[in-house]
Unconditional design. Structure first.
Length: 220
């Protein structure tokens, strides 16, 4: 099992923690991470782009010159695609870019991303993260003491308003909780700062043994 040091907010090592092998030591599947990342980014697209075809642009109701005798090509109106201000041939229209990814692939991608962070020693495990007040200087000092990179992600077990507000003005720092984690955010940030409580929930959610036991209980 991969082992990691547990640190407090002052950057001091206060113990060690054995990470779950199935979640943080899984075989890294790049294809699964790519597929899920593409699905997440596609879902963020609005898909509201729209261009006009020749039937939708204004004008062009009258033939521009006679059919024969001019020596020019035969045309009807000036709103054909080859003319300035004409319509587009294959105009883009509003559409959904969402793609469906199987649940097993999503789980595999998440475990691959977490294992990737563990293999690159980019996980910083905190014993706890409790802020009595939403002060940015507290988070700034914590990041400095922990030796975190400029692009850091702080993960808590549940949504914490004080932590969210304290880190909101720090460039390159994002705060999330276990219910909002996704592959893109995990891979995007260099330092993955997570509390012990949050790690326990992540291991419970993505541990294959726990899932198998849950499905067995449901089937019974």
């Amino acid at each position: 099992m991969p082992s990691i040091n547990v640190k407090n907010m002052q950057g001091q090592t206060v113990g060690t923690y054995e990470l779950n092998e199935d979640v943080f030591g899984a075989e890294i599947n790049v294809s699964a991470m790519h597929m899920v990342s593409k699905a997440i980014l596609n879902a963020q697209r609005q898909g509201t782009q729209s261009a006009l075809t020749r039937t939708e642009v204004r004008g062009g109701g009258r033939k521009i010159y006679r059919q024969k005798g001019t020596g020019n090509a035969r045309h009807h109106g000036r709103r054909a695609p080859q003319f300035t201000h004409g319509g587009m041939v294959f105009a883009v229209k509003p559409r959904s870019y969402r793609i469906s990814v199987p649940r097993k692939v999503r789980r595999l991608a998440m475990k691959s991303a977490l294992s990737c962070k563990c293999a690159e020693n980019e996980i910083i495990l905190l014993d706890q993260l409790n802020l009595t007040e939403a002060k940015t200087k507290i988070i700034v000092k914590m990041l400095k003491d922990l030796g975190a990179a400029k692009k850091a992600m702080i993960v808590t077990a549940a949504s914490d308003e004080n932590v969210l507000r304290a880190a909101a003005n720090i460039p390159g720092v994002q705060v999330s909780h276990t219910g909002m984690l996704n592959v893109v955010d995990i891979l995007k940030y260099t330092s993955f700062i997570v509390t012990k409580e949050a790690v326990g929930l992540i291991e419970e959610m993505y541990n294959d043994q726990y899932i198998d036991e849950t499905e067995t209980e449901v089937n019974e």
